[in-house]
Design a binder for this molecule. Sequence first.
Ligand SMILES: O=c1ccn([C@H]2C[C@H](O)[C@@H](CO)O2)c(=O)[nH]1
Ligand SMILES: [Zn+2]
Length: 147
Amino acid sequence: MNDEQQNQLIIAAKNAAKNAYAPYSNFHVGASILLKNGDIITGANVENASYGLTLCAETVALSVAANNGQLSNVSAIAVIGGLINADGEMMLSDDAVTPCGRCRQMIKEAADLSNYDIDVICIGAQNNEYFTLSQLLPRAFGPNNLK
Ligand SMILES: O=c1ccn([C@H]2C[C@H](O)[C@@H](CO)O2)c(=O)[nH]1
Ligand SMILES: [Zn+2]
C-alpha cells in the first residue's frame, strides 16, 4: 500500500462513518477495505433497539466484500470512530479505535482467503496505530482448523 492509497483509505473510512446508524451509543464508526486491485469497500456500524444485535462497521464492510466475491482480495482495513457532538460532528476518539474481538475473527477469514496478514489501520485523534491481523489476533482459529 502506497501513501496515496493509505490516505484514500483513511478518507473513505471517515466518509463511511457518516452512514452509521448509531442512535443508542452515538458512537459512529467507519471502516474501509483496500482490495488488492486498489478498489475500496466501506461500511459503518448499524445498531438496533435490541442492543446486542449491533453490527460493527468492520463487519458490515467485510460482509459487503464477501457479497462482492472480494474476501480473498482484501489487503488492508482502516477503522475510525468517535462520539457525535451536539453539532453533529464526529469527535475522534483520542485512542485509536481497534476492531472488537468478533471483527478480528471476521478479518481472520479474509486474511486466510487472501493468504496475506492483513494490515489494520486504527485511526485516532492523536495518532494512528498500525497492526497486522496476526498482531491483533495471534493463534487465531481459522479455515485450516476445519481440515
Ligand atoms: O471497532 C469497533 C468498535 C465499536 N463499533 C461500534 C459498535 C457500536 O455500534 C458502537 C459502540 O460500541 O461502536 C464498531 O463498529 N467497531
Ligand atoms: Zn466489531
